[in-house]
Design a protein around this ligand. Structure first.
Ligand code: OAD
Length: 266
């Protein structure tokens, strides 16, 4: 597989692997790009990105849910349907393998994600979710978790479908919403604290498959850099991240298996 990459990129992968193998505290931030090769659309990629085709302000704000709860709920049920049969790709598996390997070495590999899918968990990783969970619900009014999940059912062909009917909270009768952080909402306190601590204390920060446009998550790389960490970015396209020391400009599913193989055999 190395042979398919340019000599310059191979050199960068080896440089990154040497750096990573020599350090103990690693913080990884993933974004939608890591799940792209599993068939889940990103948010901002041209043509295919969700926010290229749908309005954020109509679907991912508390105001949108107050205005039209049915529209918002239906859209998230549609996303659940789209994600339900997706599986981790080689990038998710490589990170899980690295975390497993780190248990027997001196390394501490903290994985933070902006993604609401559970592909990191499916691959076997321990992961902190900054933007919530697609598969969890809570009441939009009293905030109590709603256990009945997403009301998936199967038709005769075995296809999973998701009921788009609005659900009401058994405690306060408010509408049930996905447990996802919308624009204008605060991040979960414990998750953010874990992320800030890991970024501030790491020796290498790796940004994978994120456009680095959405704060506060995008500020974690800067926090790491201020505390003298080296920053590695894995993304086939350029980002506004100007503090990157090593850029691995390829798909995560190509780079990460190679990188982790190098790290774990050095
Ligand atoms: P974006 O859609 O903004 O960015 C995805 C990034 O992944 C882009 O920079 C792509 O170049 C890159 N990419 C695409 N395919 C890739 C691949 N195979 N390997 C590596 N990188 C690839 O997604 P995020 O940065 O995750 O918020 O977006 C941040 C937040 O904005 C999301 O968490 C979401 C959204 O609104 C919530 O859901 C709350």
């Amino acid at each position: 597989m190395l042979a398919e990459l340019s000599p310059a990129l191979i050199a960068e992968v080896k440089l990154a692997a040497q750096l990573l193998a020599s350090k103990q505290r690693i913080c990884i931030l993933t974004g939608a790009g890591i799940s792209a090769e599993s068939g889940i659309p990103t948010f901002r990629d041209k043509q295919t990105g969700l926010w290229e085709n749908y309005g954020v302000e109509d679907l991912a704000t508390p105001e949108a849910f107050t205005r039209d709860p049915k529209l918002v709920w239906s859209w998230y049920q549609w996303r659940r349907q789209m994600v339900a049969d997706k599986a981790p790709n080689p990038a998710h598996h490589a990170l899980a393998q690295w975390q497993y390997h780190a248990q027997t070495s001196d390394q501490q590999v903290t994985l933070i994600t902006q993604n609401v899918d559970d592909l990191h968990e499916q691959a076997g990783s321990a992961v902190t979710h900054l933007h919530g969970h697609l598969w969890r619900n809570r009441c939009g009014q009293c905030e109590i978790p709603y256990q009945d999940q997403s009301r998936a059912s199967y038709d005769n062909q075995g296809t999973m479908s998701f009921d788009k009917t609005l659900l009401n909270c058994p405690h306060c009768d408010g509408y049930i919403r996905p447990d996802i952080v919308w624009f204008g909402e605060a991040l979960p306190v414990q998750a953010w604290q874990t992320a800030e601590e890991a970024a501030a204390n790491c020796e290498v920060f790796i940004s994978i498959g994120t456009s680095s446009l959405v704060y506060p998550a995008a500020g974690l790389a800067q926090l790491a850099k201020q505390n003298c960490a080296q920053v590695i970015e894995v993304n086939p396209d350029p980002t506004p991240n100007t503090i990157v020391d090593i850029t691995l400009a390829e798909k995560a599913g190509v780079i990460l298996p190679l990188l982790i193989e190098e790290i774990t055999t050095l």
